[in-house]
Design a protein around this ligand. Sequence first.
Ligand SMILES: [Zn+2]
Length: 236
Amino acid sequence: MSIIGLTADEIVKDLNLTIPINLNKICENYNIKILYRNINSADGYFIPTKKKIIISNKIKGTYKERFTISHELGHYFNVNDKTYELDAYCYSDYKAKQKQSKLEREADEFAAELLMPKAFIKKKIENIDIKDWKKLIELSLEYEVSLAAMLIKYIDNSYEKNRIGCFYNNRLIWQYGNQFDFVIEQNILNGQEKMNLYTKNRNSDWIKGNYDFTEEVLIDKGNIKYLLISVYTSED
Ligand SMILES: [Zn+2]
């Protein structure tokens, strides 16, 4: 029986999954193995012919691991029978993880939907006022996704037109949503700082909700609101 082509929503429904989404249950059900390796140039990749997801030891136990496993599952379920024969995914994530090809975008969308299914989350977030964005921290902990992933979900599902920029120790490291219509310092992150925002360990204080946002600015431009968050942490 071919199961290729299932959507994230169908998988959640078929397996009666609840929040936080149990990824092991999905992998067991579809006979997909997860293996951990010392790899540096990618968070993970998928080997279609062997039905193996390879995850970097560096992100083991983090929300980033959950998103990466879901992304690789996206490669498995998104492909059609023809492309499934290829081992290309194995290499696309390994050699060019930043390359945003259509397949990579689709795998990210699959991952976001799998971990934060509309059926569960839409009603919870569509009416949140951007002023109350800290509710999204609680939701990110409940769904076991990074705050960044939850912020994206929020912007995509909110009735308001919002844009969010996250700063880490005064540097803009991430932004999403409608375009800023004022000049903002461009992304000058280095990889390590970006990593910090995305991949805090599930057991650390930071991810338990003990965020230290020393600055937040909400700029209301009428139909668009811009939230700028500064994250300061002395960790790592
Ligand atoms: Zn990928």
